[in-house]
Write a protein that binds this ligand. Structure first.
Ligand code: SAH
Length: 245
């Protein structure tokens, strides 16, 4: 684990970051720092924008709901983006928020909603997905904001799939074989992961995925997990067996 300051407040700013250039905060961010965190002029915090690494910045209050942040020291360089493509059937709001935050913490680099036959939620609010991804990145020290993509039907996802990338498919009906063993074969390959909706996969989809040559089917054990739990479990075994753990 790189040395990393967990104690300082971290803030995502959608702004180029460079030494000595004061950034005017938008109203809601200024309000958050002044009224929620109760920061005063001179306070220091860490800022990042997903492109320019992480910087220590000094806060100045310029009005009741306005302020600036001036980066003065780079604390970490921008790392390369995570390559793991996390494909998931969208869930209802609170579970979806949870799942997005956890997926980011677990190292997903792309968040790809997928509509399957039993998916109940068809509309995905990209802005909300992005806000959750940013919140998780702020919290756990990640400097790359995952790429939040528009939802695709499963069929299209498979048609457009990059032939070099393995698609790890968490199938609730798979034979119970330890996934850590199965996934050893995926080391070194670019990876994607697919977790189904609360209603599970249809038999037709299961067959389609079984015959998809890039797919590797895994079981997550003898219990049926809820989709959000399955996402975290699948990401954990993937990272442990053939990812960046
Ligand atoms: N309603 C379905 C379960 C769906 S669980 C049923 O009762 O069978 C939602 C998703 O989580 C599944 O589509 C799968 O991707 C994943 N999942 C849950 N439990 C799993 C397990 N034991 N093994 C593999 N994947 C699992």
């Amino acid at each position: 684990m790189p040395i990393h300051d967990f104690k300082s407040q971290r803030l995502y700013l959608d702004h180029p970051l460079g030494e000595g250039t004061a950034i005017e905060l938008d109203r809601s961010q200024a309000n958050y720092l002044i009224s929620v965190l109760r920061l005063k002029s001179g306070a220091q915090l860490l800022v990042f924008n997903g492109r320019d690494g992480e910087w220590r910045a000094q806060f100045e209050v310029t009005g009741r709901k306005s302020g600036t942040l001036t980066p003065f020291e780079q604390t970490r360089l921008q790392p390369p983006a995570n390559d793991l493509v996390y494909c998931f059937a969208p869930l209802r709001q609170a579970r979806q928020d949870y799942m997005i935050q956890k997926a980011v913490e677990m190292g997903a680099g792309v968040l790809q909603p997928v509509i399957t036959q039993h998916t109940q939620v068809h509309k995905v609010n990209l802005q909300r997905m992005q806000a959750n991804a940013i919140e998780a990145a702020e919290q756990c020290g990640i400097l790359c904001i995952p790429d939040c993509r528009e939802a695709l039907p499963l069929e299209t996802l498979l048609e457009q799939w990059n032939g070099k990338r393995i698609l790890i498919f968490a199938d609730e009906a798979a034979a119970e074989i330890n996934p850590l063993e199965v996934l050893k074969a995926c080391r070194g390959s670019p990876l994607g992961l697919l977790v189904g909706p609360e209603g599970g996969f249809s038999q037709a989809e299961r067959e389609q995925l079984a015959s998809f040559e890039n797919a590797v089917t895994i079981s997550l054990g003898p219990r049926i997990l809820r989709a959000d739990t399955a996402g975290v479990a699948a990401l954990a075994v993937t990272q442990a067996a053939c990812g960046d753990w």
